[in-house]
Design a protein around this ligand. Structure first.
Ligand SMILES: Cc1cc2nc3c(=O)[nH]c(=O)nc-3n(C[C@H](O)[C@H](O)[C@H](O)COP(=O)(O)OP(=O)(O)OC[C@H]3O[C@@H](n4cnc5c(N)ncnc54)[C@H](O)[C@@H]3O)c2cc1C
Length: 439
């Protein structure tokens, strides 16, 4: 019987796997992407803001192609951060004309984006095999990886190298011996998201934009009931994505259900005012894990004939909601490393170590390293979410509320308010801790 054989098998048709496959196939490498979902994107969840830079690196005229292929929703021209108190919000935001002519990011619905990307990959010459799960590796007598075993009958696929782009659940990464154990509860967040229907012109007026333009809102504070987590509201063409996530360990400890957190967010007066009756027009409800372990929780990303990229390699910077861009860039690095290795006829672990070096020299590992202590600091210092969002809201409310009190007295009231909730010494220490973890 003829063996099914490729140069490279990519496990997973998400941004990481598709990027790796696109770069490899564009250079004439025989590559297959194996995806367990009905089609790439069918099982994917993302907020989702897609930064364009990594795609511009690999696809010429990508902005035009994304728009004409209906792969994206709106061009993000404004980004906001809300610090949410019980009855108010402190808003910080930035809108820029330059983003209108030189897009930086689009909002996306992954089912559309991944499907578009998969078509590009097929056009470049790769084979995308959906509805097929990779269960394990095929190994020769010496234990060397020589292919993958899939759920299809007679579904063994042979290859010279495997790219693991399986997303957050590191099943094959563990089987490849690159991660010792499964993710711990403090290494991943559970995120829930709803897509609510909203007519295009209502999206425009709600967010103050034209039809092709979009805005983002990141939300920290009272919705999370003291858990460290981020909420978000992103405007799509004729819908809005609203969601939030928090660490599994925190959710378990507090016994809160993730959907309850999303209800808190949706029921906050500021969100009710913004989304009005459309808030309850739920079109889709989605849940997914986000790897949050960061730099310290990364697996080994290379081995003999195998590389790991994207979420499987823990390459998410949740502070800047950068995951899909890391996935696409790491997929490109994996492909470039394999192109060099295939050329040299050397797919050994020593040769493939170059992939880790590429990651280390890039913004990906530099950023993950920069923020390596942020999550542990937040986990140990609940005051950042339990005290400060409400304090900031109450202080600013008092400052702006004119009731005939002289400003010196208002200032004194605010200082007393701060002292009641956090001593000035603790506040200074908190500022220092925060600065040290993000500097
Ligand atoms: C709620 C939420 C909001 C987010 N918001 C943003 C955002 O705004 N911006 C951003 O950049 N990132 C965001 N992220 C993160 C981003 O979604 C991920 O970083 C990105 O999807 C990682 O891509 P990936 O290809 O590594 O993994 P995935 O996108 O998870 O793709 C992995 C693929 O592999 C397939 N697969 C898994 N195992 C197998 C197997 N054994 N055999 C075959 N196929 C398999 C899966 O079906 C899946 O299609 C968000 C994530 C979540 C959950």
């Amino acid at each position: 019987m003829n063996r099914i054989e490729f140069d490279v098998v990519v496990v997973g048709g998400g941004p990481a796997g598709l990027s790796a496959a696109y770069v490899l196939a564009s250079k004439g490498v025989k590559v297959a992407v194996i995806e367990k979902g009905e089609y790439p994107g069918s099982k994917s969840v993302m907020g989702g803001v897609l930064y364009l830079n990594p795609l511009k690196e690999i696809i010429p005229n990508v902005v035009e192609e994304l728009k004409s292929g209906k792969a994206v929703e709106r061009n993000v021209i404004e980004q906001n951060m809300w610090l949410m108190g019980k009855d108010g919000i402190v808003k910080i935001g930035h809108r820029n004309e330059r983003w209108k002519t030189d897009p930086n990011a689009f909002t996306v619905l992954r089912a559309n984006f991944d499907r578009w990307f998969a078509k590009k990959v097929e056009k470049a010459g790769a084979l995308v095999i959906p509805k097929t799960k990779v269960e394990d590796f095929l190994r020769d007598g010496d234990g060397k990886i020589i292919g993958v075993r899939t759920t299809r009958p007679k579904g063994d696929v042979y290859c010279r190298a495997v790219v693991i782009a399986e997303g957050v659940n590191p099943i094959l990464t563990i089987k490849a011996g690159l991660r010792k154990e499964d993710l711990k509860p403090n290494m991943a967040a559970v995120a829930v998201k709803e897509i609510v229907d909203m007519p295009e012109e209502v999206v425009n007026s709600t967010f103050g934009v034209e039809s092709e333009e979009g805005t983002t809102i990141e939300i920290l504070g009272s919705w999370s009931e003291g858990l460290f987590g981020m909420g978000f509201i992103y405007s799509n063409k004729n819908s809005v994505s609203i969601g939030c996530g928090a660490l599994i360990s925190d959710i378990r400890e507090k016994g809160i259900k993730p959907y309850k957190l999303l209800e808190n967010l949706k029921n906050h007066p500021a969100v009710v005012d913004l989304l009005k009756e459309y808030r309850t027009q739920t079109k889709e409800y989605l849940a997914h894990l986000i790897p949050e372990g960061g730099y310290y929780a990364m697996p080994k990303v290379y081995g003999d004939r195998v590389l790991v990229c994207g979420d499987a390699a823990m390459l998410v910077n949740s502070i800047h909601r950068e995951g899909s861009n890391h996935a696409i860039t790491s997929g490109r690095f994996a492909a470039e490393t394999l192109l060099e290795a295939l050329d040299a006829g050397d797919l050994s672990e020593k040769k493939l170590k170059a992939y880790e070096e590429k990651l280390r020299e890039s913004f990906i590992l530099k950023d993950l390293k920069k923020y390596r202590d942020l999550m542990p600091t937040m986990e140990k210092n609940r005051q950042f979410v339990e005290i400060y969002p409400d304090l900031a809201n109450d202080a600013i409310y008092r400052f702006l509320h004119v009731d005939g009190t002289p400003k010196w007295d208002v200032q004194r009231e605010i200082l007393d308010m701060v002292r009641e909730r956090r001593s000035l010494a603790s506040l200074s220490l908190d500022l220092l801790k925060f600065w040290k973890s993000v500097r």
